[in-house]
Design a binder for this molecule. Structure first.
Ligand code: F0G
Length: 436
């Protein structure tokens, strides 16, 4: 503990926030200065609870509109632009930002027609500084590490969290420790963490194992954990839904569908939806849809069977390595988010993911395999009728196309691909025979 204040005042009319146990049956208030992730009484995860004045909240959209990206300091970040909804930082601490957020919403009318939907768009969170949605949470979380005076940040990761953490830690002058499952993380993501100077340790062959070890290690070595069990991560990530609603002129889609791994993102989006509704900015709640890979789908199994407890998958398997997770830490709050929004789930095979990724690429939209699971899941949900004809749907794409280039090389069948040619006009022309 540094003794210095860890909290600041909210902007005028903004919400104040306090840390509390996320279990509604417990609800113990927790001290923000202690930097805790879970409730010492019941063990459930901690979360920030907002207190807002609904009258003041009605003025927020107009204020957010004025903070044009690139114009003022708060507007330069598409996350801190929504400071009325974020935990205020002490005046001496400046946000650790790389200009995250401000990501595109791309309409896909051909695909909407193909799937008989009212409309379909993708919210591409892969267009962030390190190429994934993790940056939205990391800016808030690493800023909190700085406010708490912590020196080492750490995470277990399937790749994207580590790339993001390493970048923001470098930006803040903190040291970064990464635990990854061996041989199960794309080389591009590892290269990012290494490039930003993180210490990378490979341990075990699943995220779940690495995460369990890291949680024990963090307690022993006083590491600041930035996995999605950290409540500040969710605060930043929830701004994706605020930005999306702004892009849609505050007309929510019927469904908002995203891939699920450790289930931090669906928890964050669910929290954002709940808070916007409380602020009187949402007439209807979009229904959340979580898509998992078949070989790593414990949450889908729980939800679709009506069970109340998650049974972990001990040997998660999928080529979409970002979501190769069998024991998601955030399942209780993901469950609450789905209950609150009348959510849906799906599990999809690796070949369905591959076809979905290919279809998006045909339309000029690149993403990593895990992200394409959202479209694969939508197709399933259309077949079962859980997403009805005429629905307005937004898919969340979570990671950039360049995150896993090896995947593209492995799945080139039927595409033009690379040919070798003699280095002459005739040679190159010959190599194009049959194509032109
Ligand atoms: N999509 C991508 C591209 C991811 O990297 C992840 C998670 C998810 C979806 C799932 O999000 O865990 O919030 O349900 N990646 C983590 C990581 C686990 O370490 O990068 P979630």
């Amino acid at each position: 503990m540094t003794g210095a204040p860890t909290e600041g005042a909210p902007p005028e009319g903004g919400a104040s926030s306090r840390l509390r146990c996320s279990d509604p049956g417990c609800g113990t208030w927790l001290g923000r200065a202690e930097g805790v992730y879970s409730c010492p009484r019941c063990g459930q995860l901690a979360e920030l609870v907002l207190e807002m004045d609904p009258e003041a909240a009605r003025t927020w959209p107009a204020r957010w509109r004025e903070r044009v990206p690139g114009r003022d300091a708060a507007g330069r970040s598409g996350v801190w632009r929504f400071s009325e909804l974020l935990p205020p930082t002490p005046p001496r601490v400046t946000p650790v930002t790389l200009g995250e957020g401000g990501t595109p919403l791309v309409e896909l009318p051909q695909l909407a027609e193909e799937l008989q939907l009212g409309s379909l768009a993708v919210k591409h969170l892969g267009v962030n500084p390190t190429g994934s949605f993790k940056d939205l949470g990391m800016t808030v979380c690493v800023t909190e590490a700085r406010a708490l005076g912590r020196e080492v940040v750490a995470c277990a990761s399937t790749g994207n969290t580590s790339a993001s953490m390493a970048a923001y830690a470098a930006r803040a002058g903190l040291r970064a420790l990464v635990l990854v499952p061996e041989g199960q993380v794309s080389a591009a993501k590892l290269a990012q963490a290494l490039d930003f100077g993180a210490m990378v340790v490979q341990a075990g062959d699943t995220f779940d194992r690495a995460f369990t070890i890291l949680r024990q290690l963090a307690a022993r070595l006083n590491l600041y954990l930035v996995n999605s069990i950290n409540p500040f991560r969710l605060e930043g990530q929830k701004t994706a839904v605020v930005e999306l609603l702004e892009q849609l002129d505050w007309r929510p889609p019927d469904f908002l569908i995203l891939p699920g791994g450790n289930l931090g993102n669906v928890s964050a989006l669910g929290k954002g939806i709940g808070e916007l509704a409380e602020a009187g900015l949402l007439a209807e709640l979009p229904r959340l849809g979580v898509v998992q890979a078949e070989g790593a789908s414990p949450f889908h199994r729980m939800w679709s069977s009506g069970a109340e407890e998650l049974v972990p998958e001990d040997h998660p398997e999928t080529r979409a390595t970002a979501i190769r997770i069998g024991k998601p830490a955030n399942w209780p709050r993901a469950l609450r988010a789905l209950s609150r929004t009348r959510g849906v789930t799906a599990a999809v095979s690796d070949s369905e993911i591959e076809m979905a990724k290919r279809r998006l690429a045909e339309l000029g939209v690149g993403c990593e395999p895990a992200s394409a699971a959202s479209l694969a899941g939508l197709r399933r949900l259309r077949r079962t009728g859980e997403v009805p004809e005429g629905a307005r749907v937004v898919l969340v794409l979570t990671g950039h196309q360049l995150k896993d280039t090896a995947y593209v090389e492995e799945h080139l069948a039927g595409r033009p691909g690379i040919r070798r040619a003699e280095p002459s006009l005739e040679g190159v022309e010959r190599s194009l025979r049959g194509w032109l």
